[in-house]
Design a protein around this ligand. Structure first.
Ligand SMILES: Nc1nc2c(c(=O)[nH]1)N[C@@H](CN(C=O)c1ccc(C(=O)N[C@@H](CCC(=O)O)C(=O)O)cc1)CN2
Length: 297
């Protein structure tokens, strides 16, 4: 059986087109486009690229982008004051603080300072609680992107065995909640799980979000399973020249693809879905704030 390579880039481009249509409906209804404020603290080079992409794609989708760049030595009180200002600004629909933050800032305090209805990352404890109890919430972008790819690949997920490797608040836990909502039988596994290989090899859906380059190889994959690789790791690639890097996932692609029915590549799989779902969440946040009816995206 041939392995399907899931094209997250193409899927994300179609999703952004749909978001743009809904964004223009919102603009017609409220007299301005949905607005997303992005905050970058410091000089992390990957974060700078992600933020630049977020800004470009927000504008390309016909939405307003507001950018705040703060120095690496910014203190927590200053960042919290900026968030409070944006919470109270009626012209801001979505607020995103790019992670990771410098060490002097408590990430949880920042995440929970964002007004839940503007929390387009879906990380606030209120949104996490709403998701866990099956209520409407803003859902974290990466897991939601994985879910859209899975639905597109498999149709109904009901009754399937899903294993999520990784228990972060940002990916692993919300991914498990989303799969549970789809009536999967869900296992959250992690680096301390006993017999991890055997646990994974029972999965119809295997989501790797463990943060270790190429850890999940073909031995972890049930024949025909759908494998979703959330990892983005930069590893040395001396074959490309001195000091060069290549991007790789948490899955050892070649050996996993040899067993899987379908698999996401890195790059070009889950990554592009993260930003597309951020735009989707911004449109959803604006529509909910102003009671505008939009399509279910
Ligand atoms: N506040 C947040 N911070 C972070 C999040 C997040 O969802 N919210 N996620 C990641 C980074 N991230 C978005 O912020 C992100 C990561 C990767 C991609 C992506 O498109 N990856 C490409 C490869 C890009 C490259 O060359 O590096 C791919 O996989 O094809 C988009 C967004 C941490 N911080």
């Amino acid at each position: 059986m041939e392995t399907k390579i899931i094209d997250g880039k193409a899927f994300s481009e179609k999703l952004v087109e749909t978001v743009a249509v809904e964004a223009s409906k919102i603009k017609n209804a409220i007299g301005r486009p949905p607005a997303l404020a992005v905050v970058l603290v410091g000089e992390n080079s990957a974060s700078k690229v992600y933020v630049r992409n977020k800004i470009e794609r927000t504008e390309a989708a016909g939405m307003r982008s507001i950018e705040h760049r703060l120095d690496a030595d910014t203190d927590q009180a200053t960042l919290l004051a900026l968030i409070e200002e944006m919470n109270n600004d009626d012209a801001v629909d979505g607020i995103l603080v790019q992670l990771p933050l410098p060490d002097q800032i408590d990430e949880d305090a920042v995440i929970n300072a964002v007004a839940p209805e503007k929390d387009v990352d879906g990380f606030h404890v209120v949104n996490a609680g709403l998701l866990a109890t099956g209520q409407d919430s803003l859902v974290p972008c990466t897991p939601y992107g994985c879910l859209l790819l899975l639905r597109d690949q498999l149709g109904s997920l009901s009754g399937l065995n899903a294993v999520v490797v990784g228990r972060s608040n940002i990916v692993g836990k919300p991914m498990a909640q989303l799969l549970l909502k789809e009536s999967c039988t869900v296992t959250i596994a992690h680096s301390r799980t006993k017999d991890l290989k055997e646990v994974c090899a029972r999965a119809d859906i295997l989501v790797a979000a463990v943060g270790r380059a190429e850890m999940i190889d073909g031995d972890y994959v049930k024949p025909g399973a759908t494998v979703i690789d959330v990892g983005i790791n930069r590893v040395a690639a001396p074959e490309r020249g001195e000091g060069k890097f290549r991007l790789t996932g948490d899955v050892d692609y070649d050996s996993a693809a040899a067993k899987a029915g379908a698999i996401t590549p890195v790059p070009g799989g889950v990554g592009p879905m993260t930003i597309a779902c951020l735009l989707r969440n911004t449109a959803v946040a604006a529509a909910r704030r102003f009671n505008v009816d939009i399509a279910d995206i």
